[in-house]
Design a protein around this ligand. Structure first.
Ligand code: 3JM
Length: 344
């Protein structure tokens, strides 16, 4: 089997570390592996599959002979993805930079793999909350076109990377020890203003936009329409950070054009790859962020009729934000590319 020269940009962060774990777990066919990061992390040694790698600073010249560049996210994408494309690499990008670009496919492989072949060098990985939601929406959409979605998220601090997770841990330690609590990271914004996340809930993820939605909310709205290839889809979102380390949860209300019973929804979700239905109220069985942490599958439960509209359903979905919400989805895109690889 052909092996592919692979680069990870942002190899030292939370998503970068997950890329490495998944490359090993899934036997990803890499030849050369380049671990790239900012100058701050350059020189750091990472032992991976029994071999020592030295993290290199990302530059425009880092991508010579690279077949696949996995961008973990952040500002590096905007600066270096164009250089990587110029050097002939295919970029799979976790940041929001290119997601809404007409020339860039926005892909969840179980949902819209057909979009991948239209790429011109960059394929965008959707926002974590979008990925987790559309995994559950797609099999339902196949039963009936969707009229309107109302989603509220309960997002883990891992969405703010390693620093977000450290902040929650430090605050929980301080709380337990009756020490003063420091808030330095969350919410991530342009202002130098932060709030405690331990024992709290913050209805702000990413910056506020002119319409008073947060950027995270608008990402969910715009990206869902693009992935589902449905500009008429009505969708509104409220995104909330909660004091959970890892794995996001979402409450989703869906109004369909035609009847979709809870039973039909369960049966369609059970058949969908990457989705597990965990739904038995009598046994108190439902998805929980703690249980989906570190797992690949998205879990759906609390599937029930919304009595307030003609064709409505409610459900609850949980998924690991760093796995399916980021590194796993990106690596699945890379695996799809490899499966359909044509020599240039
Ligand atoms: C998740 O460069 C940055 O400010 C990173 C912002 C960010 C994003 C984004 O907009 O790319 C942090 C966490 C995301 C995302 O996946 O949309």
């Amino acid at each position: 089997m052909k092996k592919f020269n692979t680069a990870i940009v942002g190899a030292t962060g939370a998503v970068g570390a997950e890329f490495l774990k998944l490359i090993e777990e899934r036997n990803f066919p890499f030849a050369n592996l380049k671990l790239l990061a900012s100058s701050r992390s350059a020189g750091k040694k990472i032992n991976f599959m029994g071999k020592d790698y030295t993290v290199e600073e990302t530059t425009e010249n880092s991508f010579e002979n690279v077949d696949i560049a996995l961008f973990a996210g952040g500002s590096a994408s905007k600066i270096f993805a164009p250089a990587a494309v110029k050097a002939g690499a295919i970029c799979i990008d976790n940041s929001s930079t290119f997601r809404m670009d007409k020339n860039v496919p926005l892909v969840v492989p179980e949902v819209n793999p057909q979009a991948i072949s239209k790429h011109k060098g960059i394929i965008a990985n959707p926002n974590c909350s979008t990925i987790i939601m559309v995994m559950a929406l797609k099999p339902l959409y196949e039963i009936s076109k969707i009229k309107r979605i109302v989603v509220s998220t309960y997002q883990a601090v891992s969405g703010a990377g390693r620093e977000g997770m450290e902040e929650l841990k430090n605050q929980l330690d301080a709380l337990a020890n009756n020490q003063p609590i420091e808030a330095k990271i969350l919410p991530v914004s342009k202002l130098d203003k932060h709030y405690q996340i331990a024992s709290n809930a913050l209805p702000q993820i990413d910056i506020f936009l002119e319409n008073d939605y947060t950027k995270e909310e608008m990402k969910m709205i715009d990206e869902t329409k693009k992935i589902m290839e449905d500009d008429d889809l009505k969708i509104t979102a409220t995104t909330v950070r909660i004091p959970v380390f890892r794995s996001h949860a979402e409450s989703v209300n869906v109004e369909f054009f035609d009847e979709v019973t809870a039973e039909a929804a369960k049966s369609a979700l059970e058949k969908f790859p990457g989705v597990i239905v965990k739904d038995n109220p009598q046994e108190m069985l439902y998805p929980q962020p703690l249980e989906t942490s570190g797992k690949n599958d998205v879990e759906v439960g609390r599937i029930r009729k919304d009595f307030s509209v003609e064709h409505g359903l409610n459900f609850w979905v949980c998924g690991d934000q760093i796995r399916k919400g980021a590194a796993l989805n990106a690596l699945q895109i890379a695996e799809y590319l490899i499966e359909h690889w044509k020599e240039k």
